[in-house]
Design a protein around this ligand. Structure first.
Ligand SMILES: *Cc1c(COP(=O)(O)O)cnc(C)c1O
Length: 424
């Protein structure tokens, strides 16, 4: 598509945007001048859906009026509350409903998945991940390795960007797998890298891993709600995600996990269990010596009863995704919106002070662009904040800006690029 840097063109794109009404469904934080901030931080904490308040209030009312009876008699019974999230979440990750469970938080789910799917032996004990990885994932992985009595220095293998580059080349992932594959137990990659915004070819990575006898797990923190996914068809072994970034479910919202059907239905897989992973038919036989009988689906990894107040806002958000027509429709707008931002950042108005390190090919990125600022990055970031832009800063010198198709406009992208250019 041919873009233009004229302001009028941004208005034209907004006029043609069939999803523009969705912005009305969110609370937009205001800047000092009383106008909405240019909010490009949905990759960090998504905006609050207006419907979240109604749904949370409903749960508070049911608690006040019904107390313990709300488990079965609330408007949405608490005992099975997680079931209301299953199908919409499965649509977002391209899974069958029996492969998805919403529970816990992301890093906890990563540990639970590794308890089942990282079972190292002397011959096969390594984990391959990309660099730079999110610190929490690295902590989780290193402590899992140590927990099994191995040395993270030996067992953690990284696929790195080449000297002078920022993103990991697919051939290099293949090369590391070729070299270490027969010693690798688990390949754990991000769907979209948090720092560079690079979108990985998950299907290819899973196939390359499995060809060499490794399991493939994916961290979807920056991918869910950002790009279309097809975890079942891609044959990924497991995946985890959080719901407060592109899923707009609020701080610390309940996270999710995917377990491929071939594992989800296998009751023999070792796991860390709790009562909600047990077959509901025998869950309450507390007086007998209970034998754990896992539900033969991803539910078999659920440990505790559902956290209602951290699930309620997610219901509000997931219904907006459905209303949008799913990820394909959102992705079409997203490619245009981020493509437009890239065009403006590279256009005549832009200077030499920064480099966009996110891949240029839309197939290799989601909505986020990571802007490496060559001089005085913190100063520039401060100026953006003062001008009413909310994006984020990653040490030492990267500004991440994520125009999201649910609530950002083309005109906001235009204004952001203009502010950036003015503060060169
Ligand atoms: C945001 C993010 C997390 C956060 O983990 P929590 O357990 O939700 O606090 C972990 N990993 C990645 C890759 C992330 O982007």
């Amino acid at each position: 598509m041919d873009f233009s840097a004229e302001e009028q063109f941004a208005h034209q794109l907004d006029g043609e945007d069939s999803l523009r009404h969705l912005r009305e469904k969110f609370h937009l934080p205001l800047a000092k001048d009383g106008k909405p901030l240019i909010y490009l931080a949905g990759n960090s904490l998504g905006l609050m859906p207006k419907a979240a308040r109604t749904i949370v209030e409903q749960e508070l009312d049911d608690w006040a009026k019904l107390a313990v009876d709300a488990h079965l008699k609330a408007a949405t019974p608490w005992y099975t509350y997680h079931e209301t999230l299953r199908e919409p979440a499965a649509r977002l990750v391209g899974a069958q409903p029996n492969e998805v469970i919403c529970m816990n938080s992301l890093t906890v789910n990563l540990h639970l998945m590794m308890a089942s799917f990282y079972r190292p032996t002397k011959a096969r004990f390594k984990i391959l991940m990309e660099e730079p990885a999110f610190p929490s994932d690295t902590y989780a992985i290193k402590t899992q390795i140590a927990h099994h009595g191995f040395d993270p220095k030996e067992a953690l293998v990284l696929a790195r960007p080449r000297e002078g580059g920022f993103t990991v080349r697919p051939d290099d992932i293949e090369a590391v797998l070729e070299k270490h594959g027969n010693q690798i137990a688990l390949v754990l990659f991000a769907g979209v890298n948090f720092f560079t915004g690079q979108l990985f070819d998950v299907q290819k990575i899973a196939a390359a891993a499995q060809k060499r006898g490794c399991l493939a797990g994916i961290d979807l923190a920056h991918a869910i709600g950002n790009v279309p996914l097809a975890l079942h068809d891609w044959s990924v072994d497991f995946a985890v995600w959080c719901s407060y970034k592109y899923l707009n479910a609020g701080p610390g919202a309940v996270a999710g996990a995917f377990v491929h059907e071939r594992h989800a239905t296998n009751r023999e897989i070792p796991r860390l269990a709790g009562w909600f992973g047990n077959d509901p038919a025998t869950r309450f036989r507390l007086h007998l010596e209970p034998e754990f009988i896992p539900v033969p689906s991803a539910d078999g990894w659920q440990i505790s009863n559902p956290p209602i107040f951290s699930m309620a806002p997610l219901r509000a958000s997931l219904s907006i995704f459905d209303e949008a027509g799913g990820m394909e429709a959102l992705r079409a707008k997203s490619i245009k919106l981020t493509g437009y931002l890239q065009f403006l950042l590279e256009g005549p108005a832009a200077g030499q002070r920064y480099t966009v390190i996110t891949p240029r090919d839309p197939k290799e990125r989601g909505c986020q662009l990571s802007i490496l600022v060559h001089e005085h990055p913190k100063e520039l970031f401060g100026k953006l904040e003062a001008a009413g832009v909310k994006c984020d800063f990653r040490e030492p010198n990267v500004i991440r800006a994520a125009p999201t198709p649910l609530y950002n406009t083309f005109h906001e992208v235009w204004r952001f690029a203009k502010i950036l250019a003015e503060h060169q």
